[in-house]
Design a protein around this ligand. Sequence first.
Ligand SMILES: Nc1ncnc2c1ncn2[C@@H]1O[C@H](COP(=O)(O)OP(=O)(O)OP(=O)(O)O)[C@@H](O)[C@H]1O
Ligand SMILES: [Mg+2]
Length: 254
Amino acid sequence: MTAAQSPSSTLATSTAPASPLLQVEGLEVAYGHIEAVKGVSFELHEGQITTLVGANGAGKSTTLLALSGLVKKRAGRVRFDGRDIAALPPHKIVRSGVVQVAEGRATLTTLTVNENLELGAYTRSDRGERAADLERIYTLFPRLKERHNGLAGNLSGGEQQMLAIGRALMARPRVLLLDEPSMGLAPIIVQDIFRTLRDINAQGLTIFLVEQNVRQALRIADRAYVIETGEIVLQGSGRELLGNPKVQDAYLGS
Ligand SMILES: Nc1ncnc2c1ncn2[C@@H]1O[C@H](COP(=O)(O)OP(=O)(O)OP(=O)(O)O)[C@@H](O)[C@H]1O
Ligand SMILES: [Mg+2]
């Protein structure tokens, strides 16, 4: 009998939910007297897109920065793949597989597209596979391939965002973190970015997306959290939250 046919294994999969790949519990971050994040808990499940949405100043970026180890946590636990990573320095968090896309499309404008992508692999020791990864990323972003020898500074805003995502992918993440990748881009380019995130996710990558573009983020999210003044106030599937009257009133203008 195969595992799939076994009654006990069927029972096991239906009663025991998969444990999260990454779990944050009771995260608190303060900037001096400002309590930016006040005990936030959430889970990322392998192969899913999870989104954290909220208004200006709600604490989204701070949550991401804390996850990446770039701001000090006042409290909270972060378990990733069964391991406590809360106290690790940023470079070790990256090396463990939790990689944040550079904020504000901060590509290195005086380097070429190719050089930017190569830099993304700097934490890795397996140099042999870099060329294959580069090809994979150029397949994902044909526009970047066309311009591989061009300076990143000459790319459009949308192309720079793609490059920032490509650079993060070169680090071979197991979880990709993004802070408002749609910010400042024309709606048609925003569609491109979200489609790309879905493609990357379809290849198996776990994604944690912070967004102010609530509608678009909820549309692609398997799991979603709403943050208001440093606290999670709602959670559910993306579809559930899209249909939630409170979300519609406060964030979807309907
Ligand atoms: N470096 C800082 N020093 C002091 N206060 C800060 C700092 N960074 C953020 N804050 C404050 O912390 C709170 C949360 O900010 P955060 O940037 O995390 O919000 P956000 O949800 O990412 O907002 P936005 O959508 O505008 O990017 C806000 O009140 C903000 O003013
Ligand atoms: Mg922010």
